[in-house]
Write a protein that binds this ligand. Structure first.
Ligand code: ATP
Ligand code: MG
Length: 266
């Protein structure tokens, strides 16, 4: 089982879109995918038609006690518009978790431990995380083996990226196994100076971290979200979906090269 997280301390950069689009492409490859929504705003949860204000059970439950058995985790799984994609939804109440200290005993590893229960049920877990560095994001970072950091290709985005990279450097100092992160340029529009310049600047400043794919502006993403289906189910040939396909192939090549098959399914 591979666990990938998508995070950036800046909002509206394409995190949730990255999660749903990769999930659709992985499912199209025949993989069983779990989506975990750790953002209390619950946009991933709403995407598939659930109301984060009205859910009785959600990812919140995973934080209530330190160890969760498989029998306690399984009832949290919800279906999505795609039969190979399951969802652990977010609830608005999860915002209260941010008040708890990351330093509290075991608090940063709640998600890693809960997901360990599911290792033979899914091929991939994709985690959507909130744009706040708190307990929820720390849990996402601790649980994943790869992190994707979407960055909007516009002038101000670079500042936000510097902040995120500082956070990751700090977190990596405390980890024995370094978290591999990949910066993903999003909302790219080659006709604008802002896009071209910020892409150049990301390439120059983060040559080793930049992903080998650039996600263009594509209005079809919004259509897919309105329809509540993964973008590739609506139209697999759009520029946006093809760019995410390139990202996915590149990530899977990296996994092969590093000999990481995730945890093997039985
Ligand atoms: N490449 C793209 N081209 C055009 N529109 C996009 C693209 N990526 C995302 N969008 C749209 O932009 C909006 C914000 O994207 P998204 O929700 O994925 O960002 P986010 O980083 O998850 O935001 P938040 O921080 O609020 O959770 C959505 O309406 C989405 O459909
Ligand atoms: Mg989001």
């Amino acid at each position: 089982m591979h666990i990938w997280a998508v995070a950036n301390q800046k909002g509206g950069v394409g995190k949730t879109t990255t999660v749903v689009t990769l999930a659709g492409l992985l499912a199209d490859q025949g993989h069983d995918v779990l989506l975990l929504d750790l953002d209390p705003h619950g946009s991933l949860t709403s995407y598939f038609g659930y109301d984060p204000d009205a859910l009785e059970h959600s990812a919140y439950d995973l934080f209530e006690q330190e160890t969760r058995t498989l029998d306690q985790v399984l009832p949290l799984l919800q279906s999505s518009s795609h039969d190979r994609i399951s969802l652990i939804p977010a609830s608005t109440a999860m915002a209260t978790l941010e008040r708890k200290s990351v330093g509290a005993e075991g608090m940063g590893l709640m998600i890693a431990k809960a997901l360990a229960q599911l290792w033979d049920r899914f091929d991939y877990v994709l985690i959507d995380s909130p744009p706040v560095l708190g307990v929820l994001m720390v849990n996402a970072l601790a649980a994943c083996e790869r992190l994707i950091v979407p960055v909007q290709t516009e002038f101000l985005a670079i500042k936000g990226l510097e902040r995120m990279v500082r956070t990751l450097t700090m977190i990596n100092r405390a980890r024995s196994q370094k978290l591999r992160y990949h910066i993903l340029p999003t909302f790219f529009d080659r006709r604008t100076q802002a896009s071209m310049q910020s892409l150049r600047s990301i390439k120059r400043n983060y040559p080793d971290e930049i992903a080998h794919a650039v996600i263009p502006v594509d209005t079809k993403f919004r259509n897919a979200s309105t329809a509540g289906v993964v973008p590739s189910a609506l139209d697999s040939s759009t520029h946006g979906v093809r760019a995410y396909g390139m990202l996915l192939r590149w990530l899977q090549t990296l996994d092969k090269q590093s000999g990481s098959d995730g945890q093997q399914r039985s």
